[in-house]
Design a protein around this ligand. Structure first.
Ligand code: ADP
Ligand code: MG
Length: 255
């Protein structure tokens, strides 16, 4: 069965895209067939796996708004077992356009039916908002992975996120679960980091991954080369931690 995971947090810059790309690539490296879906108009997941904007004909916008077949927009990446549904800036219009469409919450879910069973994991990179695109991702998903930046205001905004999850559970997707909470950009040199980790573990007693993602400059360099960290610098700390996370996710899903 395919496990569909939305990577979400309405705060920008917490590591959603970095996690989508690198968890996806590490799962693929472990032999899993993985599809990334870029649901952010910034298209950072798309460029981060080496797809050049100018080469994209149809993207996730055409799927959500014009019901263009999702299978026809899937592109392979340089890494085996890792494909992507790209996004371009035209997706920015979808947030508003969806409002007037029929079944606006379930359009992504419906489009995914056609590829059911073809992947082990589908990871959806959500935009930094709790609007229609994120609601579509939550409605289509089995679970949500929440990256949380290890900083002072880490928990800020999480109650709104949980509220949105509850609303989607109630109205569209009762099975929706929290896949896990991932601490990102951890800085071991400050006391604050450890305090934040303790605080987040208290807030989510059952859901925080053992693996913590530290700040690692190689992780921030990799996207400009269009490569996941395991291809850009396989010996880096960043590669090591995302490989650990992938193993944790595999185990949690009984794979
Ligand atoms: P989001 O998708 O939540 O907006 P990103 O994954 O794009 O966040 O990360 C925001 C910025 O921080 C990017 O420039 C990214 O390269 C960088 N970054 C993400 N994770 C790390 C990390 N662990 N160490 C260093 N830089 C990181
Ligand atoms: Mg992003």
């Amino acid at each position: 069965m395919t496990q569909i995971i939305a990577v979400a947090n309405q705060k920008g810059g917490v590591g959603k895209t970095t996690t989508t790309i690198n968890l996806g690539a590490c799962l693929a490296d472990l032999g899993q067939k993985v599809l990334l879906i870029d649901a952010d108009a910034q298209g950072n997941a798309t460029s981060g796996v080496g797809i050049e904007k100018g080469t994209i004909d149809k993207d996730i916008y055409d799927v959500l708004i014009d019901e263009y077949p999702l299978a026809k927009v899937i592109q392979p990446t340089q890494r085996e077992n890792l494909d992507i549904v790209p996004a371009t800036i035209q997706l920015a219009g979808a947030e508003i356009e969806l409002t007037t469409r029929m079944a606006r919450e379930s359009r992504l879910k419906t489009s995914l039916k056609a590829i059911e069973g073809q992947y082990d994991f589908i990871l959806i990179d959500c935009p930094p908002s709790l609007g229609n695109l994120t609601i579509n991702a939550f409605t289509a998903s089995h679970s949500i992975l929440i990256p949380v930046q290890s900083e002072y205001y880490a928990l800020e905004g999480l109650s709104q996120l949980l509220n949105t999850i509850h609303l989607v559970q109630k109205h569209f997707n009762p099975q929706l679960k929290i896949e896990g909470v991932l601490l990102t950009m951890y800085d071991a040199r400050t006391n604050l980091g450890a305090e934040v980790v303790a605080e987040v573990r208290k807030y989510f007693p059952e859901n925080v991954y053992q693996t913590i993602i530290p700040r690692n400059v190689r992780l921030s360099e990799a996207p400009s080369h269009g490569l996941p960290i395991i291809d850009y610098d396989p010996r880096s700390k960043g590669a090591e931690v995302y490989q650990k996370l992938a193993k944790e996710v595999l185990t949690a899903n009984g794979k």
